[in-house]
Design a binder for this molecule. Structure first.
Ligand code: ADP
Ligand code: 5GP
Length: 187
């Protein structure tokens, strides 16, 4: 079994932006593609951003015990990590990157212990989180309110992570993440 790096954050904190930069800067990292029962957004592609499944297909995978972990992150929308993803990535000798919700992040850390580094990406404030979600312009106003409503609860999970990175200035956050990840991989 190889190593894993787990990223969690309230939606809009900049986790995806940071992880993309990290992957350009540090070699041997591969993103775990999650399965979801939600529809693709914008340019998202099946097998690259997510494995997009119908609600029925997702439930079938749950029944088959195909997930390491899964969560109904938003009412009616499930997300999960397929066991087959871990094997796919470790068989190439790569370290797995996870982008999961806070509960999934805590669960993965509990499952994998010292093999895993868990990082919580914190927005500078709730007001800035709103600005980023509105600026990203990928979610309806209702979805943005739903995500903001969840953010306060999610921030309470930060202390259960190995490391918290405040994403205020992006370059600073990326540098902190790169250092922590490199140290962990070389440990
Ligand atoms: P998440 O993956 O956490 O939902 P994204 O990476 O999609 O968040 O970022 C949300 C929005 O905020 C995007 O439009 C992104 O370009 C922007 N963003 C990310 N980091 C910063 C930052 N440090 N300062 C300002 N805007 C940022
Ligand atoms: P989005 O719909 O914005 O792509 O993602 C919504 C949330 O689902 C994010 O917080 C993301 O981290 C989480 N998520 C994505 N994949 C998984 C997964 O496999 N497991 C869990 N528990 N959460 C996930």
């Amino acid at each position: 079994m190889g190593k894993l790096i787990i990223f969690s954050a309230p939606s809009g904190s900049g986790k995806t932006t940071i992880v993309r930069k990290l992957m350009q800067l540090v070699e041997g990292l591969e993103f775990s593609v999650s399965a979801t029962s939600r529809a693709p957004r914008g340019v998202e592609q099946h097998g690259k951003d997510y494995y997009f499944l119908s609600g029925e297909e997702f439930d079938q995978k749950i029944a088959e015990d195909a997930f390491v972990e899964w969560e109904e992150v938003y009412a009616g929308t499930k997300y999960g990590t397929l066991r087959s993803e871990l094997e796919r990535i470790w068989s190439k000798g790569n370290t797995i990157l996870f982008d999961v919700d806070v509960k999934g992040g805590v669960r993965l850390k509990n499952i994998f212990g010292e093999q895993a580094l868990s990082i919580f990406v914190m927005p500078p404030s709730i007001e800035e989180l709103r600005r980023r979600l509105e600026g990203r312009a990928t979610d309806s106003p209702e979805k943005i309110e739903q995500r903001l409503g969840k953010a306060n609860e999610e921030l309470g999970y930060a202390e259960q992570f190995d490391l918290t990175i405040v994403n205020d200035r992006l370059e600073v956050a990326v540098e902190q993440v790169c250092k922590a990840v490199t140290d962990f991989i070389n440990k």
